[in-house]
Design a protein around this ligand. Structure first.
Ligand SMILES: Cc1cc2nc3c(=O)[nH]c(=O)nc-3n(C[C@H](O)[C@H](O)[C@H](O)COP(=O)(O)OP(=O)(O)OC[C@H]3O[C@@H](n4cnc5c(N)ncnc54)[C@H](O)[C@@H]3O)c2cc1C
Ligand code: SF4
Length: 291
């Protein structure tokens, strides 16, 4: 087990992508989240997964309990605004009747999940029913209105025409059909970020069973950290079943160094923000949730 100050505890890290072309088409990166849940669902390891499904407004996610592969496929792709997936954690074990719950979330959502398991205030029956927590990397998120401004005003593109959004290589990319794309420098997007993200000290979903993101691996591939025993068992079975193609992390570019660099930058910057909150007022500070 590696124990890293910025990347968390993990048993292994690899570059991977799904071997299923129908999952890869429409996935954000290597389709790790969708493939892992689809495999777990088919094998009865989970009986449903909470994912960020499509809603009525374009690119505004709505959390759903997916109990079929079709529903998992419909939730592929990153929506760069808040999807309160934890909202359904209790309901999944109630009206949906799930005994083995899967959930995907940003690092803060996986923290909420683990807190709920250890301190289950108002969450009776939930802690033992979490079967697979998949975390995604996250530098920052945006309120929905910010995405509207960025796409419609800055990128001059109608949200309903957008086929994919991505943050990478120092830019916010907005893709429409037929290969067209608009790129915004991140210095434009900063002021639109969700303020609460500026005290977040987790980049690679340190508390998940398995965590994944795009940084570190080539386009169409994902970086995957296998963290817990539960995550390791499911990952090994999925590999044995032929669900994923993998490569050693040190054989791909830009590799783990870039993941470490970005994790260090995020955490160091946000630790500074937290420290400033302590002396924010005259003789008074703002609350620090970590102490
Ligand atoms: C706000 C945000 C910021 C991110 N920042 C980074 C980053 O800095 N570096 C990096 O490497 N990766 C980042 N990612 C992760 C990356 O964009 C992909 O989500 C990840 O690599 C999974 O891709 P995939 O092909 O395996 O997933 P897919 O198979 O395409 O599935 C994606 C899954 O993520 C879920 N999802 C989509 N949007 C949200 C959301 N807003 N909240 C919760 N769940 C959601 C979907 O329901 C789906 O199940 C970020 C993701 C989000 C949501
Ligand atoms: S930056 Fe942190 S707080 Fe903001 S969405 Fe990502 S994980 Fe959550």
């Amino acid at each position: 087990m590696v124990s890293d100050n910025f990347l968390g505890n993990y048993a292994s890290v690899v570059a991977a992508r799904s071997t299923d072309k129908s999952i890869l088409k429409g996935a954000q990166d290597g389709g790790i989240v969708t493939q892992l849940f689809a495999y777990a669902l088919e094998e009865g390891i989970i009986d449903g997964a909470i994912v960020a499904g499509p809603g009525d407004e374009p690119w505004k996610p709505v959390p759903v309990v997916a109990t079929t592969v079709e529903e998992l496929l419909a939730a592929r792709g990153t929506k760069y605004n808040i999807s309160p997936n934890m909202q359904l954690i209790k309901e999944a074990t109630r009206s949906y009747g799930l005994d083995k719950v899967g959930i995907v979330g940003t690092p803060c959502q996986i923290q909420a999940l683990r807190k709920g398991q250890l301190y289950p205030v108002g969450l009776r029956d939930v802690p033992d029913k979490i079967a697979l927590a998949v975390g995604i990397f996250c530098m920052e998120n945006f309120p929905y209105q910010s995405i509207v401004q960025l796409v419609e005003d800055h990128a001059n593109t109608k949200l309903e025409n957008v086929t994919k959004m991505d943050i990478g290589k120092g830019k916010f990319w907005v893709y429409t059909g037929r290969g067209a794309s608009v790129q915004l420098p991140l210095k434009i997007t900063h002021k639109y970020e969700q303020a609460g993200c500026h005290v977040c000290l987790d980049y690679v979903s340190n508390l998940a069973d398995v965590s994944t993101g795009s940084v570190g691996t080539p386009d169409g591939w994902s970086t995957v950290f296998v963290r817990t025993k539960n995550g390791g068992d499911i990952w090994a079975k999925a590999i044995a079943a032929g669900c994923f193609e993998t490569k050693p992390m040190d054989s791909v570019k830009p590799g783990l160094d870039l993941v470490t660099k970005l994790a260090t930058e995020k955490i160091t910057k946000n630790q500074k923000t937290l420290a400033e909150r302590a002396t924010f007022g005259v003789g008074k500070g703002l609350r620090n949730p970590y102490i």
